[in-house]
Design a binder for this molecule. Structure first.
Ligand code: SAM
Length: 222
């Protein structure tokens, strides 16, 4: 049985994008090298830090989910029959392509992405066009604290948290009322947001939540 993720045009496009991302990782090292230890710590843990300035300097850098996390996103969205997906942090669209491929194979739906970097928005949209998945995706331009706080689907089946780490708990709080039993939330790089993991792991929170692959948190609404 054929599927969208592992066949052309999506599969070769993802292969190229992951290769581009691996090359851009060196730029990330250089960018972090330009920050003082205090700036580095704040960048990972302070919700009030000027994160927009940092991401502007990182506008050529992909910072994608890993291939394994990408495949997991596709599997989760297929498994729970996702029709509505929200993504905090789209970048060049690598995670978006995995999730939109799942929507296509589920028979359709809507993915709301978010980013504030014009270069990344343009590249992500071009990648979705090239993949034949653009009709399923709306990428909202601006700070996700605002763009993901309005006009959300009544029910959201899958969420990816992958923008500025210290904002996860706030973004999640806005999306949580839309989750249903069986909805999944995947949060990348959660080493940097203990407040978020404490929230979803708390006994009686209404979620089952586990860490895997080092710093990814997988959460299901009970
Ligand atoms: C780690 S990258 C996302 C990678 C993407 N999920 C993928 O797998 O290819 C984080 C992205 O989130 C964006 N971002 C960070 N904080 C944001 C915010 N508050 N609102 C909108 N976008 C944000 C950055 O510009 C950056 O492109």
């Amino acid at each position: 049985m054929t599927n969208t993720l592992t066949t052309p045009p999506v599969a070769p496009l993802l292969e190229r994008l992951f290769a581009d991302a691996a090359r851009s990782r060196q730029l990330l090292g250089e960018l972090f090298g330009q920050l003082s230890p205090e700036e580095r710590a704040a960048r990972m843990s302070d919700p009030g830090v000027d994160y927009r300035a940092f991401y502007s300097r990182a506008k050529e850098i992909h910072m994608p989910v890993s291939p394994a996390t990408g495949a997991l996103l596709y599997m989760l969205a297929r498994a729970n029959g996702a029709r509505a997906i929200v993504e905090f942090g789209t970048s060049f669209g690598i995670s978006t392509l995995h999730l939109a491929a799942a929507l296509r194979d589920n028979g359709g739906g809507r993915l709301i992405g978010s980013d504030f970097e014009p270069n990344k928005l343009a590249q992500a949209r071009a990648n979705l066009e090239a993949a034949g998945l653009a009709d399923l995706v709306e990428i909202r331009e601006g700070d996700a604290l605002e763009t993901l706080a309005r006009d959300l689907p009544a029910t959201i089946d899958v969420v990816l948290l992958d923008g500025h780490k210290p904002l996860y708990a706030r973004i999640f709080a806005g999306l949580a009322p839309h989750l249903r039993a069986g909805s999944f939330v995947v949060a990348d790089n959660t080493d940097a947001c203990p407040d978020y993991t404490a929230l979803v792991r708390a006994p009686g929170s209404g979620y089952l939540s586990i860490p895997f692959a080092g710093d990814v948190e997988l959460t299901m609404k009970l």
